[in-house]
Design a protein around this ligand. Structure first.
Ligand SMILES: NC(=O)c1ccc[n+]([C@@H]2O[C@H](COP(=O)([O-])OP(=O)(O)OC[C@H]3O[C@@H](n4cnc5c(N)ncnc54)[C@H](O)[C@@H]3O)[C@@H](O)[C@H]2O)c1
Length: 361
């Protein structure tokens, strides 16, 4: 049985991945610093996550694992009142430190990168070889970690970077700051979708269970190329304009209205929809090619989830979970709000280390 370690295992993706892998016969452990542990949409799956900051991981904590899936990081973008360098530099440093230890110990390293590093796409369909234009601290950080992994790679260390499209779909620790989850959440809780733009920007989208599938296939792939293997994860059919996504959601949640924030500013009193809070609502617009993963990653074949199928499923799960406006607006479902709260309340430092009230393991 393969032993897998997931860092950042109590986040949006990790909370689903550990269960997914465990159900498929992998022995899965997680480390997390628990910034988002306690806000749950529905009960979390039982898993073997331990409280451990990725900065404090030592060789001893890695011994015995076959694969490390590196999720730990700060994914909200922008960082609001926090200083991007204080937030992102440590995440680059610990990704490199953990990868270096994996290299020494002969452990496969799989990194959660992001299609957002393409930024403003100049080509019609962006491939792994296209030039990248990271627009934000988050995207730049992903690129820098990829560069570090590229320089660490050699004949005995062949890391994999999966550039995920923007993920959507249910998780006990769902995020409502990503575009499809946010718009579907609004539709279910308020019977109304409010767009903060004209909706013309293109985005690649990826269902959370297809993230899990790509990781399972990467774990099983005996890749020994001696260099960093970079693959976009998503599907061409899920490259959609935000307005198209809104229409798909309208079909999945009958009776839901579509409105534009510039015509109705009073609809966003809490500022949740404005750019500051929402990862999916900025100037990025790009379409991505997903041919390479289909040709390279054994067993992946293609994504199983279209946006349409995923939205119907998500809307059903949100209804089942009894999503109300009050639950939809809970701080813990929004990365930036939660981190700003922990920082401004004195629980964490400006480089996101627990100062007081450290959660129990
Ligand atoms: N969700 C997406 O759309 C998406 C897309 C592309 C890439 N990714 C990447 O995938 C990874 C997982 O994403 P997610 O959506 O689950 O993010 P998330 O923010 O929900 O979860 C990240 C987890 O990492 C933990 N963490 C943060 N700093 C840590 C540290 N120093 N030590 C230990 N744990 C720490 C947090 O407590 C949190 O539980 C991230 O690296 C993210 O950038 C996500």
């Amino acid at each position: 049985m393969k032993k897998i370690l997931v860092t950042g295992s109590s986040g949006y993706l990790g909370s689903v991945l550990l269960n997914y892998l465990t159900e498929r016969g992998y022995d899965c452990t997680g480390y997390d610093t628990y910034f988002f542990r306690d806000t749950l949409l529905y009960p979390a799956y039982a898993d073997k996550t331990k409280l451990l900051d990725a900065r404090d991981i030592t060789e001893k904590d890695l011994e015995g694992f076959d694969v490390v899936v590196h999720f730990a990081g700060i994914s909200n973008d922008p960082v609001g009142k926090l200083d991007p360098a204080r937030v992102y530099d440590p995440t680059r440093a610990y990704a490199k430190a953990i990868a270096t230890m994996c290299k020494k110990l002969g452990i496969r390293f799989i990194f959660a990168s992001s299609c957002s590093i393409y930024g403003l796409g100049k080509e019609s369909l962006l491939t792994e070889e296209s030039e990248v234009f990271p627009q934000t601290g988050y995207s730049l950080n992903k690129l820098q970690v990829e560069q570090d992994l590229r320089s660490l790679a050699d004949k005995d260390f062949s890391p994999i970077a999966l550039r995920f499209a923007t993920v959507f779909g249910p998780s006990p620790r769902i995020r409502f700051d990503v575009v499809i989850n946010m718009l579907t959440g609004m539709a279910v809780a308020d019977k109304m979708i409010v767009l903060n733009s004209d909706g013309k920007a293109w985005r690649p989208n990826l269902h959370i269970l297809d993230v899990c599938k790509s990781i399972r296939c990467s774990i099983d792939f005996d890749y020994k190329g001696g260099e960093l293997l970079v693959m976009n994860v998503g599907s061409d059919e899920n490259n959609l304009q935000i307005i198209e996504i809104a229409k798909i959601i309208q079909r999945a949640v009958p009776g839901c209205e579509l409105k534009f924030l510039n015509e109705n500013p009073e609809l966003d009193k809490e500022g949740l929809i404005r750019d500051r809070k929402v990862q999916g609502a900025d100037t990025r617009t790009y379409k991505v090619s997903f041919e390479k993963i289909q040709q390279t990653l054994p067993g992946f074949v293609q994504c199983d989830w279209s946006v349409e199928k995923g939205v119907i499923d998500l809307a059903g799960k949100l209804q089942e979970a009894g999503l109300t406006r009050e639950i939809f607006k809970k701080r813990g479902f929004y990365r930036l709000q939660q981190l700003e709260y922990l920082y401004e309340s004195g629980f964490i430092s400006d480089d996101l280390i627990w100062i007081s009230n450290k959660p129990n393991a």
